[in-house]
Ligand binder design. Structure first.
Ligand code: GDP
Ligand code: CA
Length: 335
């Protein structure tokens, strides 16, 4: 069985960790028919990427790579464990910010290698594969595109309408500034790589990770061509919203900005049922949201409820297992 997961950083990486445990046979029960092998592609958002101090930083790719390679600071959810920030402190002593973006010393090695390789002309897909040789994430980790796309927030700041990099809006301003629009700068000219196209064409199912639907999965789906390829496969999503709130981060502020309620049902309607031209065949929600999501069935979305909190890797494995079971079930009907 081949699955493509569309993901951002923390929520995506934790869900992927569950899938990888299954692929590695680290779990007792096997959810796939005939013990077939599981192959995972992580189709990852790169619209959060930013250039600082001349270095290209890809937060979501790195979060996935470090999480699956056991290099993550699990408490923070991003960056390396056992991290220090000496270089950043030295830069700040020169007045060279920003202070709001944490750039650790260990992490810096990743950014240096990536930037050198990009400068030498290697596409981001190849650079990512080279970095993954160290981390052995157990998935094909693919950026959504080799072309540069950056989310900017059209907001009001100091009494002026201004465009701000998403990271500044999120980290410095904690998503508190008003949003007129999220602009995926460069998206219209971006193309999916051949690796992304092949992975989607060969996939038995596409899984939408419990990632931020507005700034993580949306840019991936907005790369021209990707959404159409995704819709040719059964699509199962996992809700990032539990009991009316995101588990961490400010997805509620992002959803509010595009007029979507922070509920599991509203996010499902936002992705849309396949029948109405949307994406979803299946939707996993937390048990606390089961009743409020019952009505989705009438729109043709198969809903399953189970605990969706990924506190331990074991929790994520159970969620991944349910997603695969639903995918297998729906793939049968899809053919
Ligand atoms: P980011 O790029 O680091 O912001 O990460 P993602 O976009 O991949 O994931 C962020 C989303 O993950 C947030 O909206 C959270 O609500 C969601 N999330 C984080 N932890 C969990 C969890 O344990 N369970 C579920 N269902 N969602 C989670
Ligand atoms: Ca992100």
């Amino acid at each position: 069985m081949r699955v493509v997961v569309i993901n951002g950083g923390v929520g995506g990486a934790r869900f992927l960790r569950g899938l990888v445990a299954i692929a590695r046979g680290a779990t007792g029960s096997h959810p796939l028919p005939d013990e077939s092998e599981l192959h995972i592609t992580a189709l990852t958002n790169t619209a959060d990427d930013i250039t600082l101090h001349g270095l290209r930083i890809c937060p979501d790719l790195d979060t996935v790579m470090y999480t699956l390679g056991d290099g993550i600071d699990d408490e923070r959810g991003w960056g390396r464990f056992d991290e220090s920030f000496t270089v950043q402190h030295e830069l700040l002593a020169y007045g060279a910010g920003p202070a709001w973006f944490g750039m650790g010393d260990r992490d810096l090695a990743t950014h240096l290698i990536r930037s050198h390789m990009l400068d030498a002309g290697y596409p981001l897909t190849d650079v990512t594969a080279a970095l993954c040789e160290r981390w052995q994430p157990g998935v094909d980790l693919l950026p959504m595109s080799d072309d540069r796309v950056e989310t900017h927030v059209i907001t009001d700041h100091d009494g002026q309408r201004t465009a701000m990099h998403f990271q500044q809006w999120w980290l410095e301003h904690r998503a508190e500034l008003p949003v007129h629009e999220f602009a995926f700068v460069g998206i219209d000219a971006a193309t999916p790589t051949s690796a992304v196209q092949v992975a989607l064409e060969r996939a038995d199912a596409v899984l939408l990770a419990p990632s931020n639907p507005v700034v993580s999965t949306a840019p991936v789906l907005a790369v021209p061509g990707i959404r159409d390829l995704v819709r040719q496969r059964p699509v199962i999503g996992v809700s990032p919203i539990i009991g009316g709130a995101p588990v961490r981060g400010y997805a509620d502020a992002c959803l509010r900005a595009i007029g979507v309620d922070s509920t599991a049902a509203a996010v499902a309607r936002h992705y849309g049922p396949r029948r109405d031209g949307g994406l979803l065949d299946g939707w996993l929600v937390d048990t606390v949201d089961a009743a409020s999501c019952e009505e989705l069935a009438s729109s043709g979305i198969e809903v399953r409820s189970l605990p969706l909190l990924m506190t331990t890797p074991h929790d994520a494995t159970a969620i991944a297992q349910s997603a695969l079971e639903l995918a297998t079930e729906l793939a049968g009907g899809h053919r």
